[in-house]
Design a protein around this ligand. Structure first.
Ligand code: NAP
Ligand code: GLV
Length: 295
């Protein structure tokens, strides 16, 4: 392993004796595999989200679970969010359609400051994306469990402030983790509470968090009855998105294949090697998941 040449790295299922394993990195391990490692000191999620790992009910409770937090992944997610906000803001689908039909249509546009973007989840990814959107001149707010201080970003915190956050948002971006509390949070009632007096007259949804947060039948209903102007979805209730889903061909939906922010394998290996080195120097692990909260 280039990131840590001194480590003895084994790849499941050829991992030798289970008692040899001190550290395990996993994304969607078959249930029970990690529970079968008696000397496991740390489990590393190979991505930022840990919902897939936490679904394994046999996951050892007494072994810390560390998630990925990596500058490369964060940069990629911010690129995605900025790209999608700009895509809707600058009406790129209309421009593409016009070009395909050879139509010279120089339509009116609006200023970035006129578009209120609301980012749900102001963690590592959400705070970076929100800060970058604010730097570009969008009117940005964020919603999280606890209050944040991010330059140029208005902070809303907790369920008490959820409706006020929605009411001022023309674009709703989700970078929340999938937890029991966030399951189905993007539903018809939520979409109805978004601002309707923005530049497009109806709001736009961008979900790059997790598909478990969205009720796809509600999103389609909202698109079709005008509650929602448009949507970009990177994550879905079922992945890969089934061929029969109307989202694939909806004229106001952008579908991307859970590719908003890929984890670069070399960066992830460097991150895990760095965490192991910290532990072996008796320093605290970083980004340890709170199993109670689920992220
Ligand atoms: P993080 O640092 O743990 O941030 C999570 C944020 O969500 C925090 O701000 C947290 O609030 C907020 N939050 C959680 N539960 C909440 C609730 N019930 N109410 C309000 N706010 C809540 O996670 P991250 O690294 O930014 O990653 C976020 C998610 O992005 C991941 O879990 C994963 O699902 C997704 N992701 C997707 C891709 C992709 O390619 N599509 C790639 C990577 C990650 P507090 O700060 O107050 O705790
Ligand atoms: C990808 O979805 C991740 O959680 O890193």
């Amino acid at each position: 392993m280039t990131a840590a040449p001194a480590l003895d790295v084994r790849v499941w299922p050829d991992m030798g004796a289970p008692e040899d394993i001190s550290y395990a990195g996993a994304w969607l391990p078959p249930p029970g595999v990690l529970a079968g490692l008696p000397r496991l000191r740390v489990m590393f999620s190979l991505g930022a989200g840990v919902d897939a790992l936490l679904r394994d009910e046999t996951l050892p409770r007494n072994v810390p679970l560390v998630r990925v937090s990596d500058a490369d992944l964060t940069q990629r997610m911010s690129e995605y969010v900025v790209l999608q906000v700009l895509w809707h803001h600058r009406q790129q689908r209309r421009i593409d359609d016009n070009q395909r039909r050879k139509v010279w249509d120089s339509f009116a546009t609006h200023a970035a400051g006129d578009l209120r973007v609301g980012v749900m989840g102001l963690g590592v990814l959400g705070s970076d994306a929100a800060g970058k959107l604010a730097m570009m001149g969008f009117a940005v707010a964020g919603w999280s469990r606890t209050r944040k201080q991010i330059a140029g970003v208005q902070s809303f915190a907790g369920w008490d402030e959820f409706d006020a956050f929605l009411a001022r948002s023309d674009v709703l971006v989700s970078l929340l983790p999938a937890t029991a509390e966030t399951r189905g949070i993007i539903n018809y009632a939520t979409l109805r509470k978004l601002a309707r007096n923005g530049p497009f007259g109806a709001p736009i949804l961008i979900n790059a968090g997790r598909g478990a947060q969205q009720v796809e039948a509600d999103i389609l209903r909202a698109l079709d009855d005008g509650t929602l102007h448009a949507a970009t979805l990177d994550v879905f209730e079922t992945e890969p998105l089934p061929a029969h889903s109307p989202l694939w061909t909806h004229p106001r939906v952008v579908v991307t294949p859970h590719a908003a922010a890929d984890s670069d394998p070399a960066a992830i290996c460097r991150y895990i090697a760095g965490q192991i080195a910290r532990l072996e120097r008796c320093e605290a692990l970083q980004n340890v998941v709170d199993r109670q909260r689920g992220y």
